[in-house]
Design a protein around this ligand. Structure first.
Ligand SMILES: Nc1ncnc2c1ncn2[C@@H]1O[C@H](COP(=O)(O)OP(=O)(O)O)[C@@H](O)[C@H]1O
Ligand SMILES: O=C(O)C(=O)C[C@H](O)[C@H](O)COP(=O)(O)O
Length: 314
């Protein structure tokens, strides 16, 4: 199956351990973007996956694409003149409770914010079995939001979208306005539970929330990710629930994207919803055991974990 994702991938700086940028002397650099991480996971698990983006032709932009290639991800990039826009950056501070981790977004005036529909290979979007992007892409600029709508409307396959509401990129009111325009062009909506309550005016249990969103926005499928509580999905009038698999986390970065990458690979392969969700939580659990936002999962370990969960069922 073919999956095409598009969106910005930031360069993510993090100081070692739980240090603060204010005093840290060094930081690691990794790439971090929902669209590229979802394509990378789906690709590792057997999909023919590709990431599309507009990236500045600068050392930082080339650094992003080089790391994705090193990971084995196929990319189709519009190289932007450095004057057109910059490379987006994020600064992540990990922390032990009660101190909260922090993510500072430095994503103004990026090359991706200037992307117009004509710049991307429309044929690949039209012909893909699944097209995926996220709310972070919408947030970058009005141009990026218009382009996102145009690309999803052009797709003939399944159109999947992750709410991806990250504070520091935009506020809930603007997000809700943009989503009202975009969601008619979406079939499958993924959303993390706490982001749904930050953006939408929904109340009730997770089962009620997925049902309300599906009805209100006429979506074929809604999949709510619920951290340690797993996931809940609505499809065809039926609610499906899946517990998370217990793990201690080395790094929570990338778990959400691992979940989506594995579920899209399964959906496109024709799996039923329960099987899809089980693969999602298995990939997420394994991703939690690996550091960094891009996690090199192996298909056989995901299948082994899925099988071991299935054999425990009554
Ligand atoms: N504490 C946890 N324990 C076990 N699995 C988890 C935990 N947190 C997240 N997961 C797994 O990762 C998946 C995606 O998590 P998500 O709710 O999107 O988290 P976030 O948005 O905080 O990354 C969940 O559906 C679950 O399978
Ligand atoms: O896709 C994009 O453009 C994004 O903005 C993705 C975010 O940078 C990270 O995925 C944040 O992830 P958390 O660590 O869960 O806060």
């Amino acid at each position: 199956m073919s999956l095409v994702t598009f969106g910005e991938t930031a360069l993510r700086f993090s100081p070692p351990d739980v240090q603060r940028f204010e005093t840290a002397r060094e930081a690691s650099i990794r790439v971090d973007g929902t669209a590229s991480s979802v394509a990378a996971t789906a690709g590792r698990l057997g999909a023919d996956a590709q990431w599309l983006s507009k990236v500045p032709d600068t050392p930082l932009g080339r650094r992003v694409v080089a790391e994705l290639h090193e990971f084995g991800l196929e990319t189709e990039v519009v190289w932007a003149d450095p004057d057109t826009g910059r490379q987006g950056l994020t600064f992540h501070e990990d922390a032990d409770p009660p101190r909260a981790e922090r993510l500072l977004q430095d994503r103004g005036d990026t090359a991706m914010a200037t992307l117009t529909p004509g710049e991307l290979p429309m044929g690949e979007i039209q012909n893909a079995d699944v097209v995926f992007t996220s709310g972070a892409t919408l947030s970058l600029s009005e141009t990026a939001a218009d382009t996102t709508g145009a690309l999803l409307r052009a797709a003939a396959g399944m159109r999947a979208f992750d709410l991806g509401f990250h504070p520091g990129l935009w506020d809930a009111e603007d997000a809700l306005d943009a989503l009202a325009d975009l969601l008619p062009a979406v079939d499958t909506l993924f959303a993390a539970e706490e982001q749904v309550s930050a953006v939408f005016d929904t109340t009730g249990s997770p089962r009620e929330v997925v049902h309300t969103l599906a009805t209100e926005y006429d979506l074929t499928r809604v999949i709510l990710t619920r951290s340690e509580y797993g996931a809940v999905a609505y499809h065809d009038g039926v609610i499906h629930e899946q517990d998370a698999i217990e793990t201690s986390a080395v790094d929570e970065a990338g778990q959400h994207e691992a979940f989506i990458g594995a579920t899209l690979q399964q959906l496109a392969a024709g799996a039923d919803t329960d099987e899809v969700l089980l693969h999602g939580v298995a990939a997420a659990a394994l991703s939690r055991t690996l550091s960094g936002p891009l996690t090199p999962l192996e298909p056989s370990e995901v299948e082994r974990l899925v099988d071991s969960q299935q054999s425990r069922r009554p």
